[in-house]
Design a protein around this ligand. Sequence first.
Ligand code: ADP
Ligand code: MG
Length: 306
Amino acid sequence: MTATPLSLPVPPPKGPEFGAGALIVCESLVRIYQTGSIEVQALQGLDLIVESGEMVAVVGASGSGKSTLLSILSGIDAPTAGRARVDKWDLLAMSRADRVRYRRHAVGFVRQQTSANLVPYLTAREMVDLPMVAARVPARRRRERSRELLDALGVGACADRRPAQLSGGQQQRVAIAVALANEPQVLFADEPTGELDTATSAEVFGALRDVNRRLGVTIVVVTHDPGVSGQVERTVAIRDGRTSSEVLRRTATADNGDEHVIAEEYAVMDRAGRVQIPRDYREALALTRRVRLALEPDHVTIRPDA
Ligand code: ADP
Ligand code: MG
C-alpha cells in the first residue's frame, strides 16, 4: 500500500501570467541565507507587482526582508527560489555578463548610508560621470547629462564639490543623480533618508517624487518614515519576508472644492488565495484555527467556528 502524501503541491495557477505587463514582478520569492548551520529565511514567498511609472514605498519592521528584496531587484544579490522579473530581465536566470549590463543600464540604486553612495575624492560632476564612462557614453553627452541631472536634483551649484563639502541632503541628491546617470527605467532606494533629519528627509523625498514625475522613472523606495510613506500613492508592507498589506492613497475633492487624501488599506492575497487576517481582527472575534467562510453576492464573510 502506498502512503498518501500529506501535502499536495499547489496546482499551477491558470490564466494569464502573474503580473504580465507589469515592469517588476516578484512571485513566491525566497531568499535563504546560510551562515554555518544557521539558516535565515529573509524572504519567504514574497509577491510584488510594480507597474511602469509607479512610485511605491516599501515599509516593514527591521529584519522583515526589505533590504534583501532591494538587493535582489537591483541585481546585487540572487534569490534562492521563486520568480523575479524586471522589464525583460529574469533575475534568476541571468548570466554574469547580463548581470553587469543590468546593473549598469537597467536599474539605479541608492543606499541608506550617504557615504556608501559616494566616492570621497571625486566631485559631484565626476561621480555622475563615472557610470557613463563605464557605459562608454561619449564625453560631450556625458557633460550634458551630468549638468542636466545635477540641475534637476537641485545640486547644480555643487557640481565641483566633493562629498565632504556637501550636506547630508545634498549628498543623497548627488547619489540619486549618480544612480540615474545611465537612464535606468527603475530606481531602487533603500532608506535613502534614514540618516537625515525630518526637514532634509522631506526634501530628498521630494526630489525622488520629482524624478518619478518629471523623468518618468519607476521608483521603489524602502522607508520607515510614516511621514514620507504617506506621500506616495501606494505603500506595500512586508512582514516576515512576505507582502502582508498595501495602502492605496488617492486625492478626492469634497463638495466645497477642498482636496483631501483618502488612504485605504488592503490585505494582499497570494496566488493560492491566502490572506492574512490582522491580529486585532482575529482577537476581536476570537478567530483561531478554523473559520467559516461564506460567499455572498459581492463579498466573502469570515466567521468564528462556534
Ligand atoms: P530589513 O532590511 O527589512 O531590515 P534585511 O533584508 O536586511 O531586513 O534582513 C532580513 C533577514 O535576513 C534578517 O533576519 C537578517 O538578519 C537576515 N540577513 C540579511 N542579510 C544577511 C546575510 N548576508 N547573511 C545572513 N543573514 C542575513
Ligand atoms: Mg534594511
